[in-house]
Design a protein around this ligand. Structure first.
Ligand code: F6P
Length: 549
């Protein structure tokens, strides 16, 4: 199945969408509701425990029809088949993209270079689950014979954000093991963590797909030195395990062969929490919950693969995002989870979405003349309401927002839950409906303000409304629903990348900074100032300042 390479702006549907935008840009979302009696039925979808309501978006039914045609003309169906089928769609790295196979109920069908991958997936998963069980149950002993109580995940980017976000999100399901995440190369981060560790009961999990990442290797070396200083060199075998594709490098680091959890090159870093990269998750929530996480993602994948597009949640989400980005000029999208458990979801999705779709060259190698890659940001509600919602309600920027909520709380406090959900619902209503001048004036009048006071104050109290939101209302936060939610965003970003005609699965844009940092490090550590002619004046001045003790 050929992966399409269609410049979206050359399709007939693109022109139709442009015309549709021009005709409808002044129609408000509320007017769409008036014009379309079936709007809610057409735009709100129930899938398993998810109720996803797209109706509060600036998309008419006609625009939706145009978007669905646009997806066809961009070759989305072929792209989906190639993705799940294991084609080498990560062209610039010459790799398949198969994190979906890790959670598939039928991975048997998938082959890479002619070889079935299902047996390898099952074998590694069994190893990961057996190891986790032995640590959780205290059979795995540290060097001095004590059971492990604390896990330290050493990794960065996809080797940190996914496991950290999921461990935090599933706190309610966690066992007795404490978990820390060391990611930044900043030494203080490591030292603050060390201060909380007992070497005899700590297990370090070094996670790096490449096993060459500067931050991770520096942190791993520092932590190994610390452990060796406390317990001696032989302790490493019982306190260090590693996850990577680079088995030789792990061995060179001194980790025993039986402590290696391999991963495959067809799993991208930012899509890797489903693989052995999720070892910290498996350790701290246990294999049963880890399995449920995978099953939820697998179920969403099946929906994405098979549901008709007009009811296909990630397809619709991807199409609406492109609609806002390319026709409405929206630069960013907010993600607002109404639970503290998901406080790191926006940061996690920043890597997933922005590292994938922040590209300015298309799949033909041509520089792109249209917008790609939405800026992702957000924070949990209701806290966010008291921080940046002012700009969302009355600012000048268009910010489509996802509101993610759960009908049932985990700890069961009805009073708190009702207040939380009241805010969750009211915000999307306020963003869409706003408050017009007549209402504002009537309210001020009722408060006893004079006509002059009303004239002076009213403009500041008007809410234009017409701010688009998508509501994702899920029954409860469980490993299964979390897996499905993450997979939804993975599928959505895939759709966006296909429509934008970019390669979503490479990340060359992070390389230049890494290269230059290597040069600057040499210069910071040098005793001479020979670097002075190599940089611009600003950079030279910074190196001078930072080389001073
Ligand atoms: O930042 C670039 C990147 O390659 C990410 O894609 C990746 O998740 C991260 O670095 C960490 O890489 P590794 O797992 O190889 O240490």
């Amino acid at each position: 199945m050929a992966f399409p390479k269609i410049n979206p702006t050359t399709t007939a549907a693109w022109k139709k969408l442009q015309a549709r935008f021009e005709a409808e840009q002044h129609t408000t979302i509320a007017q769409h509701f008036d014009n379309e009696p079936e709007r809610l039925q057409r735009f709100a979808h129930q899938w398993e425990d998810f109720y996803v309501d797209f109706s509060k978006n600036n998309v008419s039914q006609k625009a939706l029809n145009d978007l669905l045609v646009f997806a066809e003309q961009c070759g989305l169906q072929d792209a989906i088949s190639a993705y799940f089928g294991g084609d080498f769609i990560n062209v610039t790295e010459n790799r398949a993209v198969l994190h979906t196979a890790l959670r598939s109920v039928t991975p048997t069908a998938v082959r890479v270079k002619g070889a079935a991958i299902a047996p390898g997936i099952a074998e590694v998963k069994a190893k990961m689950q057996d190891f986790s069980t032995s640590v959780i149950e205290g059979q795995w002993k540290g060097h001095t014979g004590k059971a492990i109580t604390t896990i330290v995940n050493i990794g960065i980017g996809g080797s940190d954000l996914g496991p950290a976000m999921v461990c935090e999100a599933l706190e309610h399901y966690r066992n007795h093991l404490k978990v820390h995440f060391v990611s930044n190369v900043e030494g203080d981060h490591v030292q603050e963590t060390i201060a909380q560790l007992d070497p005899e009961t700590t297990l370090f999990v070094v996670v790096s797909k490449t096993f060459t990442t500067q931050e991770t290797m520096t942190n791993a070396n520092t932590l190994r030195e610390w452990l060796v200083a406390q317990l001696g060199g032989e302790a490493v075998a019982k306190h260090f395990v590693a996850v990577s594709t680079n088995i030789e490098q792990i061995k060179a680091f001194g980790i025993a062969a039986e402590n290696i959890f391999p991963m495959n090159d067809w799993v991208g870093g930012r899509f890797s929490l489903w693989s052995t990269v999720g070892l910290s998750i498996c350790l701290t929530v246990g294999p049963k919950h880890f399995d449920a996480l995978l099953s939820g993602a697998g179920a969403l994948d099946a929906h994405f693969k098979t549901a008709p597009w007009e009811k296909n949640i990630p397809v619709l989400a991807g199409l609406f995002s492109v609609w806002y980005n390319n026709f409405w000029g929206a630069a960013s999208e907010a993600i607002i989870p109404y639970t503290q458990y998901l406080r790191s979801l926006p940061a996690y999705l920043q890597q997933g979405i922005m590292e994938s779709n922040g590209k300015n060259v298309d799949r033909n190698g041509a520089v792109i003349g249209y917008q790609t890659g939405a800026i992702i940001w957000g924070a949990p509600g209701t806290n966010a309401q008291h921080a940046f919602f002012q700009l969302m309600h009355q600012g000048t920027k268009l910010i489509p927002a996802d509101f993610i909520g759960f009908t049932k709380p985990l700890k069961g406090n009805k009073d708190h839950q009702n207040k939380l959900l009241a805010n969750f619902i009211a915000q999307t209503e306020a963003l869409m409906c706003g408050k017009d001048r007549t209402t504002v004036e009537a309210e001020l009048n009722a408060q006893g303000k004079t006509p002059q006071e009303i004239q002076a104050l009213a403009p500041f109290k008007v809410f234009e409304g017409n701010r688009p939101t998508t509501t994702i209302l899920i029954n409860q936060l469980t490993p299964y629903t979390l897996g499905a939610l993450i997979a939804h965003y993975e599928s959505k970003l895939f759709v966006q990348g296909v429509l934008w005609n970019i390669f979503s699965f490479d990340q060359w844009g992070v390389e230049l900074g890494k290269q230059l940092a290597t040069n600057v490090l040499t210069e910071l550590e040098a005793t001479t100032t020979s670097y002075e002619n190599r940089h611009d004046p600003s950079t030279t001045a910074l190196i001078q300042r930072c080389s001073k003790p």
